[in-house]
Every structure is written in C-alpha cells, then in structure tokens.
Design a protein around this ligand. Structure first.
Ligand code: AHR
Length: 534
C-alpha cells in the first residue's frame, strides 16, 4: 500500500488490509499528528449520582454500622472501583430529585434529620442520611470534584444562597459556624454549582422566559463566598472560580437554549450569570426509553442503538450553532450532564428505581458518545453519564455486599488517558456496517496526545460479526508498537453478573511492527484503546 504523506514530521497512516465481503474501499486511518485540536476536557468523563432507587442508598451509602466494609458509611468497594476511573466530577443530588431537595434536611445529627419522601421516584422514604457532608466526603474519597444542583423548582433563592454560604463561607458567619459544629470547619471547594434541573419539566415546569428571569436572580444572590476559590469580588475573580451551570434543553428542543443564552449575552461582561449550559439526551433503540431489552435483543435492536447514538452528534451541532450566535468565542460550555441508554427496568425491581443491566452493546454506545464529545471538544467541555451506581447505564451494580463492574465501567477506565488530552484530527475509513435500513461506518476513531506526550487511539468496531485488520504505516512517524486493551465479548448482549463478573472485561493487547509495518487487529464488536510507541 502506498504511503500517504499526510502530515509533516509526526504523522501516521493506518490502512486496513482486510477487504470486506462487499469489496468496500480499502480501510485507512489517517492520524493528523501535526495538527492540534481542542483540549478534551476531563470533565466530559463526569458521573451523575441522584438520590433515586439504589443510586445512593446501597450503591454508595451503607452506613457506618453496615457489615459491608465502609469508611464513615461509604462503601469501600465502590470507592476503590471509582478511583480507578479518575472521576472528574459527580453531579448530585439530582436530576429531578434536586428540585424537591431541601439541603437543611441532610445536615446535623443523623438521628435528628427530617425524614421525607422522594416524590419523583416512586415515593420511597428518604431518610436524608446521605446529605451535604456525606456527599463531599464521598467526593473526597474517590478523588473527585463537587457538582451540586440547587433547588430552583420548589426552593427559594435564599435557600440556595444559604447552601452556598454553608458550603463556602470562610468567615465566622452563623452558617459557617454551623458547618464547623457539624464537623467541617474549613470551607469546601465547589467546582460546579447548577441553578436547577430540567426546569421545563420535573424541575418546574417553567417557560424558557420564566426560567431565564429566575436564573438571573439566583445567579445574583447565590454565590460562592470563599475568596481562596472565587476571588474577592466579581470584579476580582480568583484563578479557578466556581463554574455555574444553567438549565438548558433536552433532545431537539431549542427554546431554553435561545432564552438562556440571550440572558447570558445581555448581561455585562463582569456579570455573566453562568459558565455552562446543560443539555440532556438519552439513547434508545426501536421501542423507546424504559422499554428496551437489556439482554436477549437481536441485531435489529443493536443496529438501532448504534444508529441512534449518532443522533447525539446532530443534536450537539444544533445546540452549538445557537450558542455560537450568542457566544461566538465559545466562552460558555455545553454540559451534557445526562446521557446514556435508558432501558427496561431489571425484572423484579421497582419500575421507578431505574435499575437496569448494561451489556457490551451499551459499552459500544458509551464509547461512541465519548468519541462524539471529543469531536465537539471546543464546545462540549462537560458531560455526566446517567448514572453512577445501580441506576440507568451505571458503572457498578451492587446487591448487599456484592458489587459487579459493568461493561460501561471498563470503557470509562480505558478512556482515562483521554482526560485533558489534546485532540488530534483523524480520518477513518473502514467500510460500512449494514443491517436492514441501517448503514453506518464500521469504525469510529478518535486520537489524542496525552499530557505525557504519547499518542492514544480509541477504535470502536461496531460490526457485530466482522473484524478489521489495520496496517499502520508511519509517514515520518515510525510506531514500533501499540499497547493497550480491548473490550469485547462472545455476544453483543453479554453482561456482567454477580456470578459471572468478567464476561465482559478488557484484555491486554500489544501489536508490534514487522518490517516497519504495524498491524492492529480490531475484533468484531469491540473497543480498542492503545498507546503508540514511537
Ligand atoms: O436520570 C434520570 C432522570 O432523567 C433525571 O432525574 C431527570 O433529570 C431526567 O429526566
């Protein structure tokens, strides 16, 4: 195969040698290592932990007296698993729960906390045993950052302002002294603070105009009071101030994008009300959210899920185009703080606990989404998969003392090198995957230069039946080898279960060059993440 001089000095051409059954064009992957793309912000690998079902109770919190090993009530197996993901931030307490949550219910002596119900998620008793201190302890244990959503629906501006004072005041105010009396004298660092969730739906409902008005008032009064983080005033901001997130739309809705971005544009440069706009979109297949099979589905369902994953690309483009009109310099981040597959509940579990399995198919869906976010990294600088434990497309499933890592968990672990890496443009051509009316590129690929200078590739072969062999030719860049991991399984619907925890687990791969040529083997239905060795 002829070398293509695609990039000066440091470039790599990968060309697949395998011809498909339909004699499609010779596959090739050109990595433009001489071009610098945007930073892939590590916050796109964020998690979401709502007080919903067993997302917190059972999944994170077992209580200090539990026989499940824990530190101050937080289960140690989950902490250890999440530490390996380098989780950049955890969104809490919701979701819909956030707009019914009153933070004062979750502080103070455990036995004296108010007991409430969770009106959005089946009305279970909410003991408020997991509150502000427990959440921030959890964040600390997993080495992450706070991303707190305030109650804009049923709360008040003063309640949100008080919460931020309790969290961040460094002066001996009454609320700061109460925080100290409850065990935390020092102010916390709060990286993200959101003004509400889905205010057009469960967090309201409010019209876009009504929310935009309310947002400005919240932003004016609910402030971070820690000068070490936020500086001395809005005129003298600190180097790494708290970022505020405004409610944006879901799916193909645009009214919130227009109204909220207009509010941002109209504010004076020193008085902008937020730094990120939220966006939500869930993926389903042929039958729709909450009804899709988690296992035992056929290839038609699989193809629909993969096709629908790419809807995210168009939805981001639509939202970004609107944002560009108000904010051409891309100061405001698009925060995709709810995404993932929404399947049928696991048999025998309460419907509104949203407990579901996730399979190799869903791991592929996750990888495609992360690739899409990386391709939009100039605007998409945050994302939070829904959700972290036991809810929707989770990282872990727990049952009493048992815990299992899902296929999606492994995608997040394999993608760690892409956190804060610099995107490198890539042209991928490996033929098409066809099923029924669905035709999609067989290979999805991203490349990036990690902080340590190494080039990493993430290659997803969506074809459930056909492997791809890619011969790598370096133009000015002789890759001696590629090392990393591959995630695949016997079937596209294979899941990990307590009795069979490693049915979908990554295995190490190493490809070495022969005669100056490096060939990568990408199995059918697989995700491969490798580092190139120069
Ligand atoms: O993630 C589950 C729910 O989906 C969230 O609570 C809500 O924001 C969204 O509609």
């Amino acid at each position: 195969m002829a070398l293509k001089p695609a990039f000066r000095g440091l470039a790599l051409i990968l060309a697949a040698t395998a011809m498909t059954a339909q004699a499609q064009p010779a596959p090739s992957l050109v990595i433009h290592a001489d071009r610098t793309g945007p930073l892939i912000n590590r916050d796109i690998f964020g998690q979401f932990a709502e007080q919903l079902g067993n997302g917190i109770y059972g999944g994170v919190w077992v209580g200090p007296d539990s026989p499940v090993p824990n530190v101050r009530g937080i289960r140690s197996d989950v902490v250890e698993a999440l530490r390996a993901l380098h989780v950049p931030n955890v969104r809490w307490p919701g979701g819909c729960f956030a707009d019914q949550y009153h933070w004062r219910n979750g502080i103070g002596p455990a036995g004296q906390r108010k007991v409430t119900t969770n009106i959005n998620w089946g009305d279970p008793v909410e003991p408020n045993r997991f509150g502000t201190h427990e959440y921030l302890d959890f964040i600390d244990q997993i080495g992450s950052e706070a991303n707190i959503t305030a109650n804009v629906g049923s709360g008040s501006v003063q309640e949100a302002a008080d919460w931020l004072e309790y969290l961040t005041a460094d002066k001996p105010t009454t609320l700061a002294r109460e925080r100290a009396a409850n065990g935390h004298p020092a102010p916390w660092r709060i990286k993200y603070f959101a003004y509400g969730n889905e205010s057009w739906g469960c967090g309201g409902p409010m019209s876009a105009a009504a929310y935009a008005t309310r947002l400005r008032i919240y932003a004016n009064f609910a402030r971070n009071l820690n000068p070490a983080q936020n500086g001395w005033s809005r005129l003298m901001p600190g180097p790494d101030p708290m970022r505020r997130i405004a409610v944006g739309p879901a799916d193909d809705r645009t009214d919130y994008t227009e109204a909220v971005m207009r509010a941002w544009q109209e504010a004076s440069p020193r008085d902008k009300p937020f730094e990120a706009l939220s966006f939500h979109h869930y993926t389903a297949g042929l039958v729709g959210s909450m009804r899709e099979k988690a296992q035992g589905f056929g290839e038609a369902d699989y193809a629909a899920f993969v096709k629908n994953s790419y809807a995210m690309d168009g939805l981001i483009a639509t939202q970004s185009a609107i944002m560009d009109r108000y904010d051409p310099d891309r100061k405001v981040a698009l925060s995709i703080d709810e995404w993932g597959v929404w399947l049928a509940p696991m048999p025998g579990t309460p419907v509104l606990y949203l407990r579901q399995q996730n399979s190799l198919r869903d791991a592929i869906v996750a990888a495609l989404h992360l690739d899409i976010f990386a391709r939009h990294a100039g605007r998409v600088r945050m994302a939070n998969i829904a959700q972290m434990a036991n809810v929707l497309q989770s990282m872990v499933l727990t049952d009493g003392p048992k815990m299992v890592l899902t296929p999606t968990y492994y995608v997040f672990r394999m993608y760690v090198p892409f956190q804060d890496a610099r995107a490198i443009p890539v042209d991928a051509e490996a033929g098409d995957y066809h099923f029924g009316a669905v035709t999609l590129p067989r290979l999805d690929a991203i490349a990036a230069r990690a902080k340590d200078g190494h080039i990493w590739l993430a290659l997803t072969n969506i074809d459930p039946a056909q492997a791809v062999d890619i011969a790598a030719d370096g133009a000015g860049f002789a890759a001696r080898a590629a090392t990393g991991e591959v995630l695949s399984a016997e079937r596209i619907d294979t899941v990990n279960e307590f009795g069979k925890p490693a049915a979908v687990a990554p295995r190490p791969v190493r490809f070495t060059a022969h005669g100056g040529r490096l060939t990568l083997h990408l199995p059918a239905r697989s995700i491969t993440v490798v580092m190139l060795e120069p």
